[in-house]
Ligand binder design. Structure first.
Ligand SMILES: Cc1ncc(COP(=O)(O)O)c(C=O)c1O
Length: 360
């Protein structure tokens, strides 16, 4: 059996929607982009959606719209995809890394608060693997210290805390990369409830123009195409069903896996299982287990094997030698992710369980 880690689905409706855009002649920042922005924002209960070229530019746009720049610090986890840090670096600000909650793998509110300095401008938790970070706690910390709250929601479309969706606490960036819970091929979106931030997001996204050829601010070309948005509109319609399927697959694994620590979903939270990530027990060689499973046809991946602050580029930059993040270090040694995509069959799930239970 060959079971990949992810299996993006593009159906006939997506193909027809792209052809319709191509025939319409409105290829970029046209009506499909506006429709997708409104639909994605509405699906999350957010006031504004601003579509971008990818998740990285969504986060960059959010950071720039808040005026974060040189001399500012942004507190983030080191246990994430590199873009969580590169978007901070891109504006000349300094990422400050804080440790994670070992249960959810998301940034720890206590660790983040302890990392605040007079230069701290923002905190950006990541809803890692699709589990929401503790946003009520981060909201309280940001209010107490006068900080901006951002969300890296790249992996967490439709994740919720007590019925409230991620992307509605802070200014939030989502990704629609092919392996995400829904895709636009490449694409991203920023959500905000703040009218002025929404206005500034639109300036950053498209050359700082408030009307054609009048440039109020420095902006860039982070625009989404209408082909991408057309795919996004269709995929958004499929997302609730796909999310249920992911949650169902995760429940099956939770019930049947015996040899690894299965993921936790905090009370009141909806985990959308972008990844189904387990831990091997202490003392077990994770890399050997992952290799064995890959050899047996199961597309196991390690997200992420090296914390961001220990990446070569941060080592070259200097200033990160003394960063000590024990829970992050432990997680990078112990985790691996299993296929959890919506179209997994019963037979495939049973095979995954059998092989994982036998592997460690
Ligand atoms: C946590 C996280 N942040 C940011 C990104 C960046 O998104 P994109 O690949 O669409 O630029 C990703 C996606 O890969 C991600 O997983």
């Amino acid at each position: 059996m060959q079971i990949p880690i992810a299996k993006p689905f593009i159906g006939e409706e997506e193909k027809q929607a792209v052809i319709a855009v191509l025939s319409s002649g409105q290829l970029s920042m046209g009506p499909k982009v506006a429709e997708f922005e409104q639909a994605f924002a509405a699906a999350h209960g957010a006031k504004h959606g601003v579509a971008t070229s990818n998740g990285t530019t969504a986060l960059m746009t959010a950071i720039m719209a808040h005026g974060i720049g040189p001399g500012d610090e942004v507190i983030i986890p080191a246990f994430s995809f590199f873009a969580t840090a590169s978007c901070v670096l891109s504006v000349g600000a300094r990422p400050v890394f804080a440790d994670i909650d070992p249960e959810t793998f998301c940034l720890s509110p206590a660790a983040a608060e302890a990392a605040i300095t007079p230069r701290t401008k923002a905190i950006m938790p990541v809803h890692l693997y699709g589990h929401p970070a503790d946003m009520p706690a981060f909201e309280a910390i940001c209010q107490k210290h006068g900080l901006i709250l951002l969300e890296d929601a790249a992996q967490a479309h439709l994740a919720q805390i007590n019925g409230r969706f991620v992307g509605t606490w802070g200014t939030a960036g989502f990704s629609f990369y092919p392996t995400k819970n829904m895709t636009t091929t490449e694409g991203g979106m920023v959500l905000t409830n703040d009218d002025e931030i929404a206005r500034r997001l639109r300036l950053v996204r498209a050359q700082g123009m408030n009307k054609q050829y009048y440039h109020e601010a420095v902006g860039y070309n982070f625009r989404m195409t209408d082909m991408a948005a057309a795919v996004g509109v269709v995929q958004l319609g499929r997302l609730p069903e796909w999310t249920c399927a992911r949650v169902g697959n995760a429940a099956y694994y939770n019930q049947h896996l015996t040899s690894v620590k299965t993921p936790v979903t905090r009370p009141g939270c909806t985990h959308v299982f972008h990844q189904y990530t387990v831990r091997v027990p202490d003392g077990v060689d994770r890399d050997a287990v992952a290799k064995r499973l890959n050899d047996r046809g199961i597309g196991v991946r390690v997200y992420y094997p090296l914390p961001i602050h220990r990446q070569p580029v941060f080592q070259q930059m200097g200033g990160y030698e003394d960063v000590y993040l024990p829970e992050t270090e432990k997680a990078t040694q112990q985790v691996f992710s299993l296929p959890v995509y919506p179209s997994l069959t019963e037979e495939e799930k049973a095979y995954v369980v059998q092989e994982v239970n036998a592997a460690c």
